[in-house]
Design a protein around this ligand. Structure first.
Ligand SMILES: NC(=O)c1ccc[n+]([C@@H]2O[C@H](COP(=O)([O-])OP(=O)(O)OC[C@H]3O[C@@H](n4cnc5c(N)ncnc54)[C@H](OP(=O)(O)O)[C@@H]3O)[C@@H](O)[C@H]2O)c1
Length: 315
């Protein structure tokens, strides 16, 4: 029987959690809206149990959760579809509580904090987002934390820094890494030298597994940052060096972004998040380390090497 059930399992984080569970030979259940997507990702793993759900159908959510102990809410989707996220989280929390699960762990982002007021942002930083996407992320967190306060399920939130990694398409760096393959100009959101941190997604899986168990995590929202402060340009430079090309940058400023936004809904939605490129949220994740012990973080050099190796293989 699977004790962990992963909603939204076919994304980058779900694959990372599954890999961490596989290393420990722990069976797990993956829940998705399409059998084809689930099979493409998990059919070859005998430890994985594949289950379909419809977030709008409460009975299907309950069935998907039944018999497990902990649910992970890793549901994502493109920016312009985020309005559905709080409703989906509510469905997962309700389904998990109805099925008698002990805990729900939610994948969160730095957006819930809003504009940073301190050079480092720890969990005591106020959550006052002034963007729509930030408010949606905060609402999702509140669904989980309120359920905890009401004793429905133990709620845990993991707020993660911006992603990159092998096969990770929803990354600020995805286009630049692809450009590095060919030595083309690397499009990145301006300004590209602002201090920024990135989370190597394979490092997230073991943290979710640990948070599914750690008694002390109940009721907490915790930060998970990268292995240090870097910048978009610095990581692109590593990617280009890895491929033996000289870095050439195409800085995408507000004008270019607005133009691209005419055809690309994700680019259009990026405008309101542009504060992250002038006043970055740099996470202090000492509390997570104190709870779980030292967090294994892949260095940027190694992370970029593995990201480029995956791209090379796929091309
Ligand atoms: N990208 C970043 O830099 C970053 C940073 C911090 C946190 N996060 C957040 O961390 C979470 C996990 O990230 P990820 O990249 O693994 O997510 P993702 O690929 O965007 O989404 C994960 C899965 O969610 C399911 N899904 C999408 N829309 C849905 C909907 N409306 N209803 C139900 N299921 C839906 C899809 O699975 P099926 O199609 O198989 O159902 C998808 O594969 C997301 O919430 C993401 O926003 C991202």
């Amino acid at each position: 029987v699977s004790s962990i059930v992963i909603f939204g399992a076919t994304g980058a984080v779900g694959l990372s959690v599954a890999a961490a569970l596989r290393r420990e030979r722990i069976p797990y259940r993956v829940v998705g809206r399409s059998r084809a997507a689930l099979e493409a990702a998990f059919a070859r793993d005998p430890l994985a149990e594949l289950v379909l759900w419809d977030p709008a159908d409460a009975a299907s959510v309950r069935r998907a959760a039944a018999g497990a102990e902990v649910a992970l809410d890793l549901v994502g989707g493109d920016y312009h579809r985020w309005r559905a996220l709080p409703t989906t989280t509510r469905a997962i929390v309700e389904g998990a509580a109805a099925a008698g699960l002990r805990r729900v762990v939610l994948a969160g982002t730095v957006y819930a904090y809003g504009r940073p007021r301190t050079a480092r942002v720890d969990e005591s930083h106020p959550r006052e987002p002034d963007t729509e996407k930030g408010r949606l992320r905060k609402e999702q967190e509140d669904v989980v934390l309120d359920a905890h306060a009401r004793g429905r399920v133990e709620g845990v939130v993991l707020r993660m820094a911006d992603f990159y990694g092998p096969g990770v398409e929803k990354s600020l760096l995805a286009r630049a890494f692809r450009a590095a393959l060919r030595g083309a100009r690397a499009p990145m959101l301006a300004p590209v030298d602002t201090p920024h941190e990135f989370l190597f997604v394979p490092d997230a899986g073991p943290v979710f597994v640990a948070l599914s168990r750690a008694p002390g995590a109940a009721g907490q929202a915790l930060n998970l940052g990268g292995p240090g402060v870097t910048s978009q340009r610095a990581l692109a430079a590593l990617a280009f060096a890895e491929m033996g090309h000289r870095l050439r940058v195409l800085e995408v400023g507000p004008a270019l972004r607005a133009l691209g936004g005419l055809v690309d809904p994700v680019l259009r939605e990026l405008g309101e998040m542009s504060y992250l490129h002038t006043t970055p949220v740099l996470l202090d994740d000492a509390r997570l380390g104190a709870l779980l012990g030292p967090i294994a973080k892949t260095s940027y050099e190694e992370g970029v090497r593995r990201s480029m190796a995956a791209l090379r293989e796929a091309s």
